[in-house]
Design a protein around this ligand. Structure first.
Ligand SMILES: Nc1ncnc2c1ncn2[C@@H]1O[C@H](COP(=O)(O)OP(=O)(O)OP(=O)(O)O)[C@@H](O)[C@H]1O
Ligand SMILES: O=P(O)(O)OC[C@H]1O[C@H](OP(=O)(O)OP(=O)(O)O)[C@H](O)[C@@H]1O
Ligand SMILES: [Mg+2]
Length: 282
């Protein structure tokens, strides 16, 4: 059985379970369930606090886990990222009241409130800045209003929380984060169970990012059309009954599909269809 840690709460929990479900794994129906065996797929899921996941995986008690890159790095656990999952994207940044500081080097002597004290302590040390770090569990924006700190370091997605608290971002992001799959540092990368799990998750990522595009085109325009839809390897080209025409089938990025359909139409392609991909192995 492959033992996998999954976030039980917070921003990562639902999208992680949704992705696992799309990858064909059983997921819990009751949010209070802590362990779930998916015997058909030979996997056991442990629903844990997102912050603890890298610690469990780093200790070797669990094989792999889903967590945030920021939580992984903050934990200092002996775990490493092996796949980016494309959800829960955020930056991790310093913020203050306007006029307090402009860059990380201005933070010397100040107090910084954060739920990610491992990350912040390391970032300050890397920049040679001597500042105090106060660890809080969440809602750190209020620490400035209440005079507990002059600066905060926190997760920023849209920036709304900071704006509402009258704070402004200073300096470049400390980190760009997203949900990732982690395993113990130095764990063998030829474990067939882990490889199969990663292939399934990659299959979901591709199915989410690509659509299948079919169209008919006059044979003399085929090369130009294929340049627009090169596919992942090479498009499938099939003869049509009318010898002047061919049918083309190719995967294209969902985001680019409408523009490509316009360009293909201009080129003379007709019967241009896109269909969703439910699952795949590349
Ligand atoms: N607004 C957000 N947008 C994107 N990712 C976020 C957001 N808030 C938190 N995260 C990510 O979620 C992870 C933190 O999960 P955690 O469950 O500890 O906090 P949370 O999602 O804020 O939940 P809660 O505050 O409800 O306990 C981190 O990887 C962080 O980057
Ligand atoms: O940039 P935004 O789109 O506003 O999102 C970022 C906010 O979302 C999270 O807070 P959450 O609501 O989870 O509260 P918390 O501080 O208690 O974690 C995070 O800690 C930030 O405060
Ligand atoms: Mg939160």
């Amino acid at each position: 059985m492959l033992r996998i840690a999954v976030p039980n709460k917070g921003s990562l929990s639902e999208p992680a379970s949704e992705m696992l479900h799309e990858a064909g794994y059983r997921q819990r129906k009751d949010r209070r369930e802590l362990v779930l065996a998916d015997t058909e797929n030979e996997v056991e899921f442990f629903f844990l606090r997102p912050r603890d996941i890298a610690v469990y995986v780093g200790s070797g008690k669990l094989d792999i886990g889903i967590t945030g890159r920021d939580l992984l790095l903050d934990s200092g656990a002996r775990a490493e990222e092996i796949l980016q999952l494309g959800f829960a994207g955020s930056t991790f940044r310093y913020a203050t009241r306007p006029g307090t500081a402009k860059s990380v080097t201005d933070l010397g002597g100040m107090t910084i409130a954060t739920s990610f004290s491992g990350l912040v302590t390391k970032h300050l040390a890397d920049h040679g800045v001597d500042a105090s770090v106060v660890h809080l569990d969440g809602a750190v924006e209020t620490a400035i209003q209440l005079g507990v700190a002059e600066v905060i370091a926190d997760v920023v997605e849209t920036g709304t929380t900071l704006r509402n608290a009258g704070l402004e971002i200073i300096s470049e992001p400390i980190l760009h984060s997203e949900a990732v799959v982690v395993r113990g540092t130095g764990a063998p990368d030829d474990d067939p169970k882990v490889r199969q799990f990663l292939r399934r998750m990659q299959g979901v990522l591709v199915a989410r990012r690509y659509v299948m595009m079919d169209y008919d085109i006059r044979a003399e325009h085929l090369e130009q059309a294929v340049a627009l839809t090169p596919g992942l390897e090479s498009p499938t080209v099939s003869p049509l009954h009318d010898q002047g025409w061919v049918a083309v089938r190719s995967m294209v990025r969902t985001k680019e599909a409408q523009r490509i359909m316009d360009d293909l139409y201009e080129l003379g392609a007709r019967a241009i269809l896109t269909t969703g991909i439910h699952a795949c192995r590349l």
